[in-house]
Design a protein around this ligand. Structure first.
Ligand SMILES: [Zn+2]
Ligand SMILES: [Zn+2]
Length: 316
């Protein structure tokens, strides 16, 4: 069985408070299970709660053993790392995978900087757990026992990887932090430095890159997609920030045969009330009603649209 449990669904910065009780204010952290095998994606503040859960449950059966995949090292994706309880237990075996930075720093270098004494009282070298690190780019990893992980660069201000976990015919894909590839050349033919050839080439490259991302989703059971904004919000000065509107997420999975689209990386300023309403709106926009008789009739071509919520589990 392949499943995902959400321990942090928020983007940018932790956002606890009265307006985020339903969906949660913790930043990115996913617990993926391939039967008994534990995979963690990202080290946002949600990982503190996951760590406590692992100590209370898994640790009774034996040492904690996990592969941790880091999408990238923006704050919201690593800030929970120092508070992950299994780090302080010598029997824990944690293999941390992720991209190298554009400045050539390894993941270990960056986590080590995060645990510099001026920011935190315990250094990386003082952690008890058995830690190992794997630098990856676009690749396929065979983790054994039928578990395959594929990685794909996304469109974000720093190197950021999407992951595709495949296990016994089921698959879960992560595609955040990510925004649509756009044509970087001027599209206005009346602009003084308009270059038609460059414009066409730019449009072709952007479309091709978007197609590659859609191919990465092909027939996935679950795609967890960046959806920080509505289309209207996205066009209000948020191009180039590395995040997608809901509309792009839907367009991206529509022809890919995806069963469940999960909206993820909610903006810290988006309230529960708004997320509840948006979930309803985008379920309808996606393909008509998402429940009841009509949805059963359309089951094969229908994709469920789900707003990620803390503590929610989906089985692939
Ligand atoms: Zn983020
Ligand atoms: Zn980011």
């Amino acid at each position: 069985m392949l499943s995902v449990r959400f321990w942090g669904v928020r983007g940018t910065i932790p956002s606890p408070g009265a307006a985020t009780i339903i969906f949660g204010g913790n930043t990115a952290c996913l617990e993926i299970r391939a039967d008994e095998r534990l995979i963690i994606v990202d080290l946002g503040t949600g990982i503190r709660l996951l760590g406590n859960y692992l100590i209370a449950n898994d640790f009774k059966k034996g040492p904690i053993d996990a592969d941790i995949f880091v999408t990238h090292t923006h704050w919201d994706h690593i800030v929970g790392f120092p508070l992950f309880a299994p780090l302080f237990i010598p029997s824990s075996r944690l293999r941390i995978w992720g991209p190298i930075s554009s400045e050539g720093e390894t993941l270990k270098d960056i986590l080590s900087m995060q645990l510099a004494y001026k920011f935190w009282p315990i250094r990386l070298t003082e952690l008890s757990a058995q830690l190992s690190y794997g630098q990856i780019q676009e690749t396929t990893l065979d983790l054994g026992n039928g578990l395959i992980v594929k990685s794909k660069y996304l469109n974000h201000p720093i190197f950021c990887l999407g992951y595709r976990f495949e296990y016994r015919g089921k698959s879960i894909v992560t595609a955040y932090d990510h925004e649509p590839f756009i044509n970087l050349f001027l599209a206005d033919p009346n602009a003084p430095d308009y270059d038609e050839e460059a414009m066409e080439e730019g449009a072709r490259v952007a479309a091709e890159e978007n197609k590659k991302i859609a191919a990465f989703f092909k027939n996935a059971d679950i795609v967890i997609h960046d959806s920080q904004y509505t289309e209207a919000e996205y066009h209000q000065g948020k191009h180039g920030w590395g995040h997608s509107p809901y509309e792009h997420a839907i367009a991206n999975i529509r022809d890919a045969g995806v069963k469940n689209l999960v909206f993820f990386h909610h903006d810290p300023d988006t309230s529960d009330e708004t997320l509840v309403q948006r979930e309803k709106d985008y379920q309808i926009k996606n393909d008509g009603p998402s429940s009841g008789f009509l949805s059963k009739l359309n089951k094969l071509k229908h994709t469920s649209v789900i707003m990620a919520k803390e503590n929610m589990t989906i089985i692939a």
